[in-house]
Design a protein around this ligand. Structure first.
Ligand code: SF4
Length: 191
């Protein structure tokens, strides 16, 4: 993706919009934020990068994998002990991300392992969330959707996909929207 941006710092004046690629844009944005912090007298927030803590799982197997949140496919090293993914590390040698991860990739393991993960459907009744079965949840959602379509037509619903979905899931999701009867379907990252 190409981003049009204007760079107007005193050291490097460019007349008119300059073309920078995504990586360059992020690099410059980072310099801008860092410079702003130092200029604002908040040097305590800025420190030299150094190696992180040692893994508390020295016997864990290191498994190279990729973040599945989007199609960039940044590298992650999963530490696996007794068949359980216990910790994650940056993959400094990955040819695409070279050790970098956005916040979604940095919390990749938490998607499955976090205590805060939603493990069953919840329904809000009188302002309070109640646990309901998957069967009930599916029935309620399906009935509500059919009611909406009956009242307002198929274009009254927008089907929102996710960067977390695989290619095959996206294919099925698009089919589902077509089956429903609308072209109102897109991907959350575009929005
Ligand atoms: S770390 Fe971020 S940019 Fe990289 S694949 Fe995951 S979601 Fe995409």
């Amino acid at each position: 993706m190409r981003i049009r941006a204007r760079w107007s710092g005193p050291a490097r004046k460019i007349r008119g919009p300059a073309r920078v690629d995504r990586r360059e844009f992020l690099k410059k944005a980072g310099i801008g934020v860092g410079g702003g912090l130092v200029a604002g007298g908040t040097a305590g927030f800025v420190r030299k990068a150094r190696a992180g803590e040692k893994s508390p799982y020295p016997d864990a197997r290191q498994v190279k994998t990729v973040c599945t949140h989007c199609s960039v496919g940044c590298g992650v090293v999963a530490e696996v002990e007794n068949g359980v993914w216990v910790r994650q590390e940056l993959d400094l040698l990955h040819p695409i991300s070279r050790g970098a991860l956005c916040c979604k990739g940095a919390s990749l393991r938490d998607v499955a392992a976090s205590d805060k993960r939603l493990r069953h459907p919840l329904k809000r009744v009188d302002g309070k969330w109640q646990k309901i079965s998957w069967e009930n949840a599916l029935d309620e959602i399906a009935n509500k959707l059919l009611e909406i379509r009956e009242e307002s037509g198929p274009d009254s619903v927008f089907w929102m996909g996710s960067a977390k979905m695989s290619n095959e899931q996206c294919y099925l999701f698009r089919k589902m929207a077509a089956l429903w009867g609308t072209n109102n379907v897109d991907h959350q990252a575009r929005v």
